[in-house]
Each structure stands twice: as structure tokens, then as C-alpha cells.
Write a protein that binds this ligand. Structure first.
Ligand SMILES: NC(=O)c1ccc[n+]([C@@H]2O[C@H](COP(=O)([O-])OP(=O)(O)OC[C@H]3O[C@@H](n4cnc5c(N)ncnc54)[C@H](OP(=O)(O)O)[C@@H]3O)[C@@H](O)[C@H]2O)c1
Length: 396
């Protein structure tokens, strides 16, 4: 089955691409038009993440790059190009999107909701009824801060912490409607916050937690705090729960779990699985082989792609204190006498609310399908620091 992937230059998309190339001889990457040379960015990731030379050299021959604009009808392609693209596909992985937690709803809707609609149009147009694997987020659970979020739930009753969550919720709602209307099967994959211990590098997509570091650094600068050796660290009170916890999932593991879930959902006896050594190029069985659209039961199946341990909020506070020259104190409510630095946090509601979270994501479906899978990764302060700090001095 020939597979297309959106978002292949992204933090997750690059890992999905690398994982998919272990079982697919060639892939079509639907890249972001006008956003830089996708093939070079992909190649750079493979080099920096230690891919074998042979695989790096083979990339131009194994990847077909099609430039697209998610927010445009037909992904910005001509009618003919759209039709030809659709007819050649057996599956579409939709990983592109905006993950801007502080973004405005109109912009996020264009990328995440309209973008999903246009990808679904591509799937609807395809002669071989390509399978759809939609990357959502566990955070469609919204502003529900405790209890358990289940995989079959999709409800906006708790509201949302930010416009990003709302846009991803709306995109999932759209996917459900589309599946019902078209009688098609869709996998919805909901990862939690993705992290890596691959050292940061200017040529790699930003680690999602780097955004928080940037916000804190900008806030320090705006309020006139300077990073001078020997000066005291300013202290800042942040609203958070001392027993709060968040789920952080290593992105490499998330990509592996997602691809295994998609393979398990495909009808037996067909599909891409030619036994192959990791990163080698397998045979291509053609676009129609293994396309679950025909054989798989219609409907949406949703999976929480999460780590089996949550990370305690105090560990995240310790991480932030390593990243920025700040002392952080968790407090239950916003202080009435907020300092200018603390008051600035009001402008970044997108992330600060997560320090109050105590909910868990149930992943019974994933464990039922793939078996109990104690993670090969321990997500702790060391893991997080490796992906954010290596190569520069630790603060404090
Ligand atoms: N990162 C996380 O912690 C996390 C957690 C849960 C779920 N997710 C979901 O996982 C998916 C991938 O996230 P990510 O972390 O890989 O994000 P990312 O690093 O920001 O990458 C986003 C990808 O989407 C592409 N893209 C953005 N706007 C586009 C447009 N208008 N047209 C075409 N392509 C466009 C980007 O291309 P350019 O780079 O060329 O702009 C990039 O390849 C998203 O759906 C996100 O909601 C992410």
C-alpha cells in the first residue's frame, strides 16, 4: 500500500516517517508549501538522529515530496494533481498541524480543522479508499483536571484550557462525522505531550517544552531581570498542584506505537508488512494492497498513546528551574499581589494551567491490542534535560 504522510518535517512527523520507512519502500510526504526545503530538513533529522548512511543516501529516491497548503481546498493542488495523488494512495497519515498553545482560535482552526477537512477530502477522493490515520491529542479531554479520560470519550463539556485543545477537539469531531457519512474506518491516535532525549539542535524541530522555556525567558527579559553570574535568581509563584502530574510520552516510542496500532488494524494477510531489517527498503505491494478502507469495519477507533507513568509536577518545576534562572514556588491560587513577572504569566494561559492537572489517560485499548508494554524509556528529569539542555550550561 502506498502511504502519504502530512507533517513529515515536524517533531512527531519525522519519527513517524522514519518508522514508516522500515516497512514501506517509498512514501509520499505532503509538505508545507513555502516553508523551506523539506527534503533537506528531513535528511538533516536522519543524520542527527543517527540513521545509517545508506538510509540517508536513499531518502531522495524513496520519498516523493508534494508541496501542500493544509488550509486550502484540495490542499492547494490543481484538480488533476489532487485526483492523481488521491488515486495513488492506500493510506494517509495526517500529522500536520499547529501546536501553538498560545495561538488564536481562528488561525488554529484554519490549520487544524480546515486542514483535517481537506485531508479527509483527499481520502474521500481516492479510488482505493485510502485508510485514514488521524493524529489528535490526548488533550482533547480539555479542561477536565482530574479523574480518568477514556479513549472512546469526546466531549466538550469541561471546556478547554486553550484554543489549541478546542481546535483539535473540533478536528476529531469532524473526523467522526466524516467516518459516519462516508462509511469509512479511521484510526484516531491521541498522544500525550511528546518529548525526546535527542539533544536539541537548530536544524531540528523545537522540543514542545522549549516553548515554555522561551516564554519564561522572554518574561524575565521584559521585566528587566538579567542573567548575571552571581546575582540571585528571582523567585516566581506559579499556580499548580503539588501532587499534580502530566503524561509525557517519548516521541520515538509514540511513533512506534502508532504504526503498530495501524498495522494491527489492517486486515490480515495484506498490507505493507514485508519482514525487513530496521531502516532497510522493503518491496512495494502497490497502492491498493492492504488498504483497510474496503475490508476494515467502518467507524472511528481511538487510542491514547501515552506513557505508563505520569511525571509529577514538582519534577517539571525542577526542569524549568534548570532551564531558566528562576526559583519557582507552586501556589494554589493566583497571588493577589502578583509581581510584574507573575502578572505576565496571565498572558500565557495556554500552558500554565497544566501544572494543576491530576487526570489520567486510560489506554486499555492500546494495551489490549499490543499487550502490556512497559516503556523502554524512563521519562524523568535526566531524560527531559537531555532533550532540552545538552550542549549548554545548566542554569543554577
Ligand atoms: N508535539 C506534541 O507534544 C504533540 C502532542 C500531542 C499531539 N500532537 C499532535 O501531533 C501532530 C504533529 O505535531 P508536531 O509535534 O510534529 O508539530 P510540529 O513539530 O509543529 O510540526 C507540524 C508539522 O505540520 C506542518 N504544517 C504546519 N502547518 C501546515 C500547513 N498550513 N500546511 C502544511 N503543513 C503544515 C509543519 O510543516 P513545516 O515545519 O514545514 O511548517 C510540520 O511538518 C499535530 O497534529 C499535533 O496536534 C503533538
Amino acid at each position: 500500500m502506498h502511504v502519504a504522510l502530512t507533517g513529515a518535517t515536524g517533531f512527531l512527523g519525522l519519527r513517524l516517517l522514519r518508522r514508516l520507512l522500515t516497512t514501506h519502500p517509498s512514501l509520499t510526504v505532503l509538505t508545507h508549501a513555502g516553508s523551506g526545503d523539506a527534503l533537506s530538513r528531513i535528511t538533516r533529522f536522519f543524520e542527527l538522529s543517527g540513521a545509517p548512511d545508506a538510509l540517508v543516501r536513499a531518502l531522495p529516491g524513496r520519498l516523493r515530496v508534494v508541496e501542500t497548503a493544509l488550509e486550502e481546498p484540495r490542499l492547494g493542488l490543481s484538480r488533476t494533481a489532487f485526483r492523481e495523488l488521491a488515486d495513488g494512495l492506500g493510506a494517509i497519515w495526517h500529522s500536520a498541524g499547529s501546536i501553538n498553545l498560545e495561538g488564536d482560535l481562528a488561525h488554529l482552526r484554519r490549520t487544524n480543522v480546515d486542514g483535517t477537512r481537506h485531508v479527509l477530502d483527499l481520502a474521500a477522493a481516492g479510488r482505493h479508499r485510502p485508510a485514514v490515520h488521524h493524529v489528535s491529542t490526548a488533550f482533547v479531554a480539555g479542561a477536565r483536571r482530574d479523574g480518568v479520560a477514556y479513549e472512546d470519550e469526546l466531549s466538550g463539556v469541561h471546556g478547554f484550557e486553550n484554543a489549541y485543545e478546542r481546535s483539535k477537539f473540533e478536528a476529531e469531531t469532524l473526523v467522526r462525522e466524516w467516518s459516519r457519512t462516508h462509511g469509512r474506518a479511521v484510526l484516531v491516535l491521541r498522544p500525550s505531550i511528546l518529548v525526546t532525549d535527542l539533544p536539541p539542535h537548530p536544524d531540528l524541530p523545537a522540543h514542545p517544552l522549549q516553548v515554555i522555556e522561551q516564554i519564561l525567558r522572554d518574561s524575565l527579559r521584559t521585566t528587566g531581570h538579567q542573567e548575571l553570574p552571581g546575582t540571585d535568581r528571582p523567585r516566581m509563584r506559579m499556580v499548580g498542584h503539588p501532587y499534580g502530574h502530566l503524561n509525557l510520552m517519548p516521541v520515538e516510542e509514540a511513533a512506534d506505537v502508532m504504526v503498530r496500532l495501524a498495522e494491527s488494524a489492517a486486515p490480515k494477510g495484506c498490507g505493507p508488512t514485508v519482514p525487513a531489517p530496521r531502516d532497510a527498503a522493503p518491496r512495494d505491494p502497490g497502492p491498493e494492497a492492504g488498504a483497510p478502507g474496503r475490508a476494515a469495519r467502518a467507524g472511528v477507533t481511538t487510542y491514547h498513546v501515552v506513557h505508563h507513568h505520569d511525571v509529577p509536577v514538582p519534577t517539571l518545576v525542577a526542569l524549568l528551574e534548570r532551564l531558566v534562572p528562576l526559583g519557582l514556588d507552586l501556589v494554589p491560587e493566583r497571588p493577589a499581589d502578583a509581581t510584574p513577572l507573575e502578572a505576565l504569566m496571565d498572558f500565557y494561559p495556554g500552558f500554565t494551567s497544566y501544572l494543576r492537572h491530576r487526570r489520567r489517560f486510560d489506554d486499555t485499548r492500546v494495551r489490549t491490542l499490543l499487550g502490556a508494554r512497559p516503556s523502554g524509556y524512563r521519562v524523568d528529569l535526566d531524560h527531559l534535560c537531555a532533550g532540552l539542555l545538552r550542549g549548554r550550561p545548566v542554569t543554577g
